[in-house]
Design a protein around this ligand. Structure first.
Ligand SMILES: Nc1ncnc2c1ncn2[C@@H]1O[C@H](COP(=O)(O)OP(=O)(O)OP(=O)(O)O)[C@@H](O)[C@H]1O
Ligand SMILES: [Mg+2]
Length: 227
């Protein structure tokens, strides 16, 4: 199992208020599996992805990434875990504007201490079909092209788990479809497990399994669990 959540609760504190964002979530994600997380705005999808990527820790319950409990690690070990095991793709682009496409893709390799990361980054851009755009800066790319760079960057260090938060949310239908095809292709080639939050029925349909989150709880699989 690449990812396991057991009875996960997450509360946020704002002033003297406690906001329960997740209320006892249990789920498992197998190797090479693509799981779509669907549900209304505010139901807890991003919160769940942050916990699954060890970017945040649960208030109670356990999150295990490749068998390691995130709450058992110190900050350095958490950073290390994120750098080696996790790739993130977000809805709104997060490329560094001062770096070219290929330099953006090189970053995770540099952080992981890989020497001469350029060749590997170029190979990854080839894999996502935009090697010819390697030297452009983000503002010289379309939204769909930027999302391809973001996916290349999220996968270049061959993480076991790709977390994608609305990866097609800012794209038109055609670009969204091509990003979904790309994710399917990458999953096949690299065997990456994917946990994706999405509002898009097309993106959800491309996944192996769908989970419906409603008000911080999982509803029965295969049903939207009301509105
Ligand atoms: N940092 C935070 N501090 C306080 N409350 C937060 C924080 N982040 C999220 N929340 C609250 O937690 C709940 C879940 O938010 P979350 O961002 O996980 O929802 P979501 O399902 O990703 O929504 P969307 O589809 O709009 O992205 C919401 O009620 C939100 O207001
Ligand atoms: Mg969200």
């Amino acid at each position: 199992m690449v990812l396991r959540l057991r009875n996960v609760e997450k509360h946020y504190a704002v002033a003297d208020q406690r906001i329960p964002a997740l209320k006892g979530v249990t789920l498992e994600l197998g190797r090479g599996e693509w799981l779509a997380l669907v549900g209304r705005s505010g139901c807890g999808k991003t919160t769940l992805l942050n916990l699954a990527g060890a970017a945040d820790l649960p208030t109670s319950g356990h999150v295990e990434i490749e068998g390691v409990r995130t709450t058992s690690l110190d900050d350095d070990a958490l950073t290390e875990l994120r750098r080696r095991r996790i790739g993130f793709v977000f809805q709104f682009l997060q490329l560094l504007p001062t770096l070219t496409a290929v330099e953006n893709v090189e970053l995770p390799l540099q952080l992981a201490g890989v020497r001469k990361p350029r060749a590997r980054a170029v190979e990854m851009l080839e894999m996502v079909g935009i090697a010819e755009l390697a030297d452009r800066h983000p503002h010289q790319l379309s939204g769909g092209e930027m999302q391809r760079v973001a996916i290349a960057r999220a996968l270049v260090h061959e993480p076991s788990l790709l977390l994608a938060d609305e990866p097609t949310g800012s794209l038109d239908d055609e670009a969204a479809e091509s990003v979904i095809d790309l994710l399917l292709d990458m999953k096949k080639r690299l065997g990456t497990s994917i946990l994706m939050a999405t509002h898009s029925p097309e993106a959800a349909a491309a996944s192996d399994r769908r989970l419906f989150l409603r008000d911080g709880k999982l509803a029965a699989e295969g049903s939207p669990g009301g509105t």
